[in-house]
Design a binder for this molecule. Structure first.
Ligand code: ZN
Length: 125
């Protein structure tokens, strides 16, 4: 996933990333970050990030990797993804976060990039 100039690895599939805020009933908000009505990112093939470890010098594969690109979204929207909040909780700072955002910066040495784009789920006809 690419946002705010950084590539991250999410622990779960994009559509399963849930808001980390606490609801008034003290449970974790179940609204996905990719909430209905919000601007989705788009899957794209991108060259690997080379600046982190210098993949070229390390002779690592330099295949393009499948990245969920959010860089076309507005800055507040990218921040919302970064802080892992649904639109409602992004707008309010009253609710404390119940969980930490589970992003991990993409590490060329530890993460194996997906080199194929995921198959888009068929829309019900
Ligand atoms: Zn929420």
């Amino acid at each position: 996933m690419q946002l705010l100039y950084t590539r991250y690895v999410a622990a779960v599939p994009v559509e399963d990333i849930a808001c980390v805020a606490q609801t008034i009933s003290r449970t974790r908000c179940a609204t996905p970050v990719l909430a209905p009505g919000t601007n989705p990112g788009r899957w794209t093939l991108m060259p690997p990030t080379l600046h982190r470890h210098g993949a070229r010098q390390l002779n690592l594969p330099t295949n393009n990797s499948a990245v969920y690109d959010l860089t076309h979204l507005s800055y507040p929207e990218q921040l919302r993804w970064r802080t892992q909040h649904c639109p409602a909780h992004a707008a309010s700072t009253a609710a404390p976060d119940l969980a930490l955002a589970d992003w991990e910066p993409f590490d060329t040495l530890r993460h194996r990039p997906a080199t194929r784009l995921p198959v888009a789920p068929r829309s019900p006809s």
